[in-house]
Design a protein around this ligand. Sequence first.
Ligand SMILES: Nc1ncnc2c1ncn2[C@@H]1O[C@H](COP(=O)(O)OP(=O)(O)OP(=O)(O)O)[C@@H](O)[C@H]1O
Length: 228
Amino acid sequence: MIVMEDVYKKYSNGVVASNGINVEIPTGEFVYVVGPSGAGKSTFIKMMYCEERPTKGNVIIDGVNLSKLKKREIPLLRRKIGVVFQDFKLLPKLNVFENVAFALEVIEESPSQIRKKVNEVLQLVGLTAKARMFPHELSGGEQQRVSIARSIVNMPKVVIADEPTGNLDPETSWEIMNIFERINKRGTTIVMATHNKEIVNTIRHRVIAIEGGLITKDEYGGDYGYEA
Ligand SMILES: Nc1ncnc2c1ncn2[C@@H]1O[C@H](COP(=O)(O)OP(=O)(O)OP(=O)(O)O)[C@@H](O)[C@H]1O
């Protein structure tokens, strides 16, 4: 469960990106976060993985109040939350297997466990055959699949995705969405910021619309709701 209570975020330049947000996202839910550019979507989700801290209010994930988390406790939180970005953020000198394994090596898993878990997630995203290839040898869609595999290899309860299809063509975007659907069906909560109207209007889930740092709509099976 993700809970936000009266969350207010003012950046140091004076911009108020969250202006009193209250929301509850139960475990296992799939939520789209939509809204115009600059509305505060990224800020909203960055506060869920402690990339940004609220100026006021509480962000609580699985009973842990992130607003009270010490800096040194953040890595532990990140293991419970997978994050997927628009620009993939893969390590260019590591191959596919190593990029995914990296998240496990830092927590000192045994080599045999690492092999087992990495191979499992690479299979889930359909990249078993490309495990030894490097990011620059892959298409955008394949790179995004690697980054999704990396985000779930720790078996997080929550996966947060900031415009994961933003750099992909429509067909590849649908393939990536199918993978997120599969992950969600395994019980993982998905929170996804997106500008992709067609996806939001076709694969129906809860839609939270943000505008001017406020939630302006929150509907199950809602549509995108405005012209992108
Ligand atoms: N690090 C920062 N410092 C100062 N202002 C910021 C920072 N990050 C975001 N902002 C401002 O906060 C507001 C909300 O930004 P945010 O990135 O959350 O919007 P968004 O809805 O994700 O936009 P987009 O769809 O374009 O990605 C914007 O006015 C932005 O300029």
